[in-house]
Design a protein around this ligand. Structure first.
Ligand SMILES: C[S@@+](CC[C@H](N)C(=O)[O-])C[C@H]1O[C@@H](n2cnc3c(N)ncnc32)[C@H](O)[C@@H]1O
Length: 271
């Protein structure tokens, strides 16, 4: 379920929504999304006039940027939980021994409930759900929340994925600190997971087209320390913060332990 649009979180670009085909179902979805986000629904002839498009295609909802600053070419973002990369990570990434699973507290026979307070493209949430965790995804960008909603719908319809994985995922749109605080005591989780954007754009991350696009859409997440403090207050067992290698701590509090990876680390705060 996607919560109503929050007006101040759309990027300052001309944004429209349309369908890339005459398929009536996709046209209806485009019109519903335009109404939800309070943005224009665009006739196909006018697509070129917009900086950023939300386009319903036969392959799902895509965000299209007219021109990526680095490549000077159009750029596209969509969510595919059944992509080869995610399937590989799910099936061959080390299972519950991989760093993400250990960081959130997965152990043989133990599957913590998780709030992913910075859902983004939902990859971490999806992996955790495929390990058996119940995950509430929260994403404040209405554009990314729309992509997540669409990606989930397609995953639910897919015969190649066990239904219990998608059944364990739910989605809320809005600011996670506000949603978590306002939904007490019903929205509880053993683990609150944070993977905010890193403000001082690391070169390696910005080199990735996907990260440049996300940054254009969501900005810098410069309020991440506030989210950490809220998470520490409400998590039943721990808060996990993903940080780039060498990045300073998100706030003054020292993590209980740290799980290091090649280019990043998980700061784990037991509560
Ligand atoms: C780096 S991305 C997360 C990527 C994600 N872990 C994945 O696996 O795809 C960070 C996301 O967190 C979202 N975000 C940051 N602060 C938030 C907050 N307070 N509430 C909800 N979403 C937030 C941003 O909009 C952005 O989409």
């Amino acid at each position: 379920m996607v919560k109503p649009y929050i007006p101040n979180t759309l990027p300052p670009l001309s944004i429209g929504v349309s369908s890339a085909t005459e398929n009536p179902t996709l046209l209806e979805k485009a019109s519903d999304l335009a109404e939800l986000l309070k943005i224009e629904i665009i006739p196909p002839a006018d697509l070129g006039k917009y900086d950023l498009l939300l386009l319903y295609t036969e392959k799902g909802l895509q965000i299209q940027l007219k021109q990526d600053n680095k490549t000077k070419k159009p750029a596209t973002l969509c969510i595919d939980f059944l992509s080869d990369a995610l399937t590989y990570r799910r099936e061959h990434g080390g299972g519950i021994k991989q760093s993400l699973a250990r960081a959130v507290g997965i152990k043989p026979g133990i599957r913590p409930t998780v709030i992913d307070a910075t859902a983004g493209l939902g990859r971490d949430s999806f992996l955790l759900a495929s390990f058996g965790c119940r995950v509430t995804m929260i994403e404040r960008s209405p554009l990314l929340a729309a992509l997540l909603h669409d990606g989930l719908e397609r995953a639910i319809d897919s015969p190649s994925l066990q239904a219990d994985v998608t059944n364990r995922l739910s989605l809320l749109q809005g600011d996670a600190a506000t949603i978590i605080a306002e939904h007490q005591p019903s929205l509880k989780a053993d683990t609150i997971y944070l993977d905010p954007m890193y403000p001082h754009g690391r070169k390696s991350a910005l080199n990735r087209l996907e990260m440049r696009l996300i940054r254009i859409i969501v900005g810098d997440d410069s309020d991440a320390a506030v989210l950490l403090r809220t998470a520490l207050h409400y998590a039943q067992n721990r808060v996990v913060v993903k940080r780039p290698k060498g990045a300073p701590l998100l706030d003054k509090r020292i993590p209980s332990h740290v799980i290091k990876m090649k280019n990043s680390r998980y700061d784990v705060y037991m509560t």
